[in-house]
Write a protein that binds this ligand. Structure first.
Ligand SMILES: Nc1nc2c(c(=O)[nH]1)N[C@H]1C(S)=C(S)[C@@H](COP(=O)(O)OP(=O)(O)OC[C@H]3O[C@@H](n4cnc5c(N)ncnc54)[C@H](O)[C@@H]3O)O[C@H]1N2
Ligand code: MOO
Length: 414
């Protein structure tokens, strides 16, 4: 039994204390994967462009490559005549430079011939025998994209800790990258509680609950780019829990527990984390609602540190603490405060209803998103389906009571 907690840390104080105690950010292990298998993983090293993009100046239009100086002043009433001199083949290059007062036919995406610095669009021209009548002037660089204009060699196209997905993988592919170093972080999940049974249990014995938290944590981590392994359900027994956590720490960098973090005679997470070794328990309780019984600790072992975090058993509370405490810690572990701030985006939205809270504790209220603002989601910490109606969490600061309809509120999006 862990006894009652009088002094609770604020969430931000708790995060800082854990970072300092466990020496975040870590020098992370990485593993190399084919880019085809990288989606949904976290980048382990800054991804640098091996070549510029585009690697050559390309036309953005169908038309004629020209020297812009040759078509100064061209207009429908005063066209300029250029000599037609060949076609730029798609997927190939022309060796001959564009001569003075020459126009070379080019298609969208074609490589600009040497000496050409702009493209006149087809509709601003007329072909007449060996001549191209140009009816519009172009500026240098008009209708083209120059070599390296978007990405120069060695530009960082994604940073350590970024989730690899549809936003950055296509650019990496466009630059010829075939393999990517991703973060190699081993995360284990343990559910605790005599009443918690495997999700395959049917029918459910009276007094039992199927393990919602184990599944939720695994999927939530996956959604945010972390691979985890579910390690089973441990009964409310100090010796069994201690053994499970200690054995798991042999192979995992992070152990996430859920349940058994509160103050009853059946809650053993406190004692287990306290007895881990150095530093053991770092945070005992956070001044937030839900999430008060959150415990955070760790162990410094053979030059590397490991994190153990115990989340509240109630499923909705567990997911809220996972979002606002666990994920920030993982971000800080792999990429420091920079990555945490990048991923912990808070936006201000209009309340379409009153948000009732009490002063003295930071509250996180699940919200659903409407066209012009947010409304609180009707939920209790023991609910298991509230998340599906939840677009984010409204943050009611410690010193704030009710926020009224029409006022702005800060929201962390899922
Ligand atoms: N006297 C007090 N009682 C409670 C306090 C308190 O301050 N004083 N805090 C309450 C709060 S807040 C929370 S949150 C819970 C957290 O307690 P635990 O972390 O010890 O969680 P348990 O008691 O083990 O479980 C709570 C609840 O959640 C169910 N549960 C647990 N694990 C799972 C799982 N993997 N999947 C689905 N459901 C799970 C469990 O059966 C309980 O119903 O304590 C309050 N009490
Ligand atoms: O803190 Mo409990 O986590 O409010 O439901």
């Amino acid at each position: 039994m862990s006894g009652f907690v009088e002094e609770l840390l604020e969430r931000s104080e708790a995060l800082k204390l854990v970072c300092d105690s466990l020496g975040f950010p870590y020098k992370m292990r990485t593993r190399r994967v084919d880019i085809d298998n990288a989606c949904g993983l976290r980048l382990g090293k800054d991804l640098k462009a091996p070549e510029p993009h585009p690697p050559f100046p390309r036309s953005l239009r169908d038309g004629y490559a020209v020297r812009s100086a040759d078509v100064i002043g061209a207009s429908p009433s005063s066209p300029v005549f250029l000599r037609k001199c060949g076609i730029v083949p798609m997927g190939g290059v022309v060796e001959e430079p564009l001569p003075h007062e020459g126009a070379m036919q080019i298609f969208t995406g074609g490589i600009l011939p040497c000496n050409g610095d702009a493209v006149v669009m087809l509709e601003d021209t007329e072909e007449s025998g060996p001549w191209i009548e140009v009816r519009k002037s172009v500026m240098p660089g008009e209708n083209i994209i120059s070599r390296g204009e978007e990405i120069a060699t060695n530009d960082v196209i994604a940073e350590v800790g970024d989730i690899l997905d549809f936003k950055n993988i296509p650019a990496a592919c466009g630059l010829g990258i075939r393999q990517i170093d991703v973060i190699d972080l081993e995360i284990g999940i343990l559910s605790t509680g005599d009443e918690v049974v495997d999700i395959s249990t049917n029918p459910l014995p009276p007094g039992c609950v199927r393990d919602v938290n184990g599944v939720m944590l695994h999927l939530l981590l996956k959604h945010y780019g972390f691979h985890s392994r579910f390690l089973g359900i441990v009964p409310d027994n100090f010796r069994r829990l201690k053994e499970s956590v200690e054995n798991s720490l042999e192979n995992f960098d992070v152990i996430i527990l859920s349940g058994g973090s509160s103050v009853s005679s059946r809650d053993f997470c406190y004692d287990v984390i306290q007895n881990l070794g150095d530093p053991g328990l770092i945070v005992r309780g956070i001044n937030m609602k839900p999430g008060k019984p959150t415990l955070i600790g760790g162990i410094n072992k053979e030059g590397s540190s490991k994190l153990v975090i115990s989340l509240p058993g109630h499923p909705l509370s567990c997911s809220v603490v996972a979002r606002v405490v666990l994920l920030p810690l993982l971000d800080m572990m792999i990429g420091g405060t920079r990555l945490y701030e990048k991923n912990f985006k808070i936006i201000k939205l209009k309340c379409l209803d009153d948000f009732i809270s009490r002063s003295g504790v930071e509250e996180y209220i699940p919200v659903s998103l409407k066209f012009d603002g947010v409304v609180p989601v009707n939920s209790k910490s023991g609910y298991i389906s509230a998340l599906k109606r939840t677009a984010g969490l409204a943050v009611l600061p410690i010193n704030r009571e009710t926020t009224r309809k029409g006022e702005e509120i800060e929201v962390i999006l899922w």
